[in-house]
Design a protein around this ligand. Structure first.
Ligand code: FAD
Length: 362
C-alpha cells in the first residue's frame, strides 16, 4: 500500500519520504499473490467497484513500471481453475462469471467448463476425480517483487527511504509530521499505510482505527518438476484453500485465517496441519513435495471487509490507507494511486466515500 502510494505520489510531483519498520509478519511478504476478484465470496458492490477496477489497473501499472525501468516483476495471467466434485456443483460460479462478462467486465477472460479429470491435465498434482471451470483472466503476482519495483521507481526519482519506526506528530488537531529517531520530519500530509499496525500507530494521538491483525500461515512446497510458473491458480469451491505455482519448482498452498491472533508471529502445528490436510486432499500429487518454507503474515482486517482509505474528519494532515484484508495484493496498487490522487487534490478514479476511515461499520 505504502509503496504504491509513494510511486504514484512521485508521478504526481510530490516530495516523498517512505518510512518502514519492516516488521516480521508484513502481509505483503506472506501474501499468496492471487489476482482474481471475480471469484470472491463478497458481493458487496462497494468492494466489487474497487476490486474489479484494481484488477483492471494491473496491466497499465505494469506498463508504467516497465517504462520506469522496473522489469523484475512477476505478474502473469496464468488463468484460474475453480474445482469441485462435479460440473453441476460449479454451475452457480459459471453463472456468476457469465453475468460479469455480460456486464462488460472483460478482465474475467475466456471461460471453459472442464469435465471430471480434465483439471488434472492443467495442474498435474490434482485429484483426478475433480471437475473444473477455467477462467483465463486470473493472474498471479509476487507481492514482494511488486513492492520493491514500486519503491525503486519512486527512489529513482528522488523519494527518500528511512528504515525504522515512526510515530505521528500532532500540533492541535493537525498531524504536522512524524517523529523518527528523535527527529521531527515535517510533512503536509502523513499517510498511514501501516497495515495491521495502523491502530497501534494512531492510538497515541487519540485516533481509533478499526483494523485488526488476522494471522495467515502459508506453505511453500518444492517439487521435482520445473515449469511450475505456468500452472493455473487452483481455487476450490467448497473450501477457502488455494494452490498456485511460482518459478523455481515452487507450489504455494494457503492459507489459515486466524481471527483474534493478535501479532503472534509463529508457525503453529495446527496451522500447518490444517493447510496440508486440505492441500493433499485436493492435490494428492504433492505428497512427496518438500515443505520448504512457511510464511506468516498479518492481514489488516476491518469489520465490514472494506478498506480504510481517506482523511479522518477529526484531524487534518492525515490520510489512512489500510484495511486491505484478504485482497490487498489485488487492491493495494490501485488503492495507492487513489490515495496519491486524494493527497494531491486530484479527482479519484472511483468514488471513495464508502471507504471513509471514520464511517460507522456494522
Ligand atoms: C497468507 C496471506 C495470503 C494472502 N494472499 C493474498 C492474495 O492471494 N491476494 C491478495 O490480493 N491479497 C492477499 N493477501 C492480503 C495482502 O497480502 C494484504 O492485504 C496486503 O499485503 C496488505 O498490505 P499493507 O501494505 O497494507 O500491509 P503490510 O504489507 O503488512 O505492510 C505494513 C508495513 O507497515 C510497517 N509499519 C507498521 N507500523 C509502522 C511504524 N510505526 N513505523 C514504520 N513502519 C511501520 C510494517 O513494518 C510493514 O512493513 C494475503 C495475506 C496473507 C497474510
Amino acid at each position: 500500500m505504502g509503496a504504491s502510494a509513494a510511486f504514484h505520489l512521485t508521478k504526481l510531483g510530490a516530495e516523498v519520504c517512505v518510512i518502514d519498520r519492516n516488521d516480521p509478519g508484513r502481509a505483503t511478504f506472506a501474501g499468496a499473490g492471487i489476482i482474481c476478484p471475480w471469484l470472491s465470496h463478497s458481493r458487496d458492490p462497494r468492494y466489487q467497484a474497487l476490486a474489479f477496477a484494481s484488477a483492471e489497473y494491473y496491466p497499465e501499472l505494469m506498463d508504467r513500471l516497465i517504462a520506469a525501468g522496473e522489469t523484475n516483476i512477476r505478474y502473469d495471467r496464468v488463468g484460474g481453475l475453480v474445482i469441485g466434485d462435479s460440473e453441476t456443483q460449479l454451475n452457480p460460479v459459471l453463472k456468476r462469471l457469465q453475468a460479469y462478462l455480460e456486464r462488460g467486465i472483460q478482465e474475467v477472460g475466456e471461460i471453459k467448463v472442464l469435465t471430471i479429470g480434465k483439471p488434472k491435465e492443467l495442474f498435474p498434482y490434482l485429484n483426478p476425480a475433480l471437475a473444473g471451470l477455467y477462467l483465463s483472466g486470473a493472474a498471479r503476482v509476487s507481492g514482494e517483487d511488486l513492492r520493491l519495483a514500486l519503491l525503486n521507481a519512486a527512489f529513482r526519482v528522488g523519494a527518500r527511504q528511512l528504515h525504522g519506526s515512526a510515530d505521528l506528530h500532532l500540533a492541535g488537531d493537525v498531524v504536522v509530521g512524524v517523529r523518527f529517531n528523535r527527529e521531527i520530519i515535517e510533512a503536509d500530509t502523513v499517510i498511514v499505510a501501516a497495515g495491521a499496525w495502523a491502530a497501534d500507530l494512531c492510538r497515541p494521538i487519540g485516533l481509533r482505527v478499526e483494523v485488526e491483525p488476522q494471522r495467515g500461515q502459508i506453505l511453500h512446497l518444492k517439487v521435482a518438476e520445473t515449469g511450475t510458473e505456468k500452472l493455473p491458480l487452483i481455487i476450490p469451491v467448497l473450501s477457502e484453500y488455494y494452490l498456485l505455482g511460482f518459478p523455481d519448482s515452487r507450489v504455494v498452498v494457503g492459507a489459515t485465517r486466524e481471527t483474534g491472533s493478535g501479532f503472534d508471529f509463529r508457525v503453529t502445528a495446527g496451522g500447518v496441519g490444517e493447510i496440508l490436510q486440505e492441500a493433499l486432499h485436493i492435490a494428492p500429487g504433492l505428497k512427496n513435495a518438500t515443505l520448504a518454507e512457511v510464511r506468516v503474515g498479518f492481514r489488516p482486517m476491518t469489520k465490514d471487509g472494506l478498506p480504510l482509505l481517506g482523511r479522518p474528519a477529526s484531524l487534518k494532515g492525515l490520510v489512512l490507507a489500510t484495511g486491505l484484508g484478504r485482497y490487498g495484493l489485488t487492491v493495494g496498487p490501485f488503492a495507492g494511486m487513489l490515495v496519491a490522487k486524494l493527497v494531491m487534490g486530484e479527482m479519484t478514479d472511483i468514488d471513495m466515500s464508502s471507504f471513509a476511515p471514520d464511517r460507522q461499520s456494522s
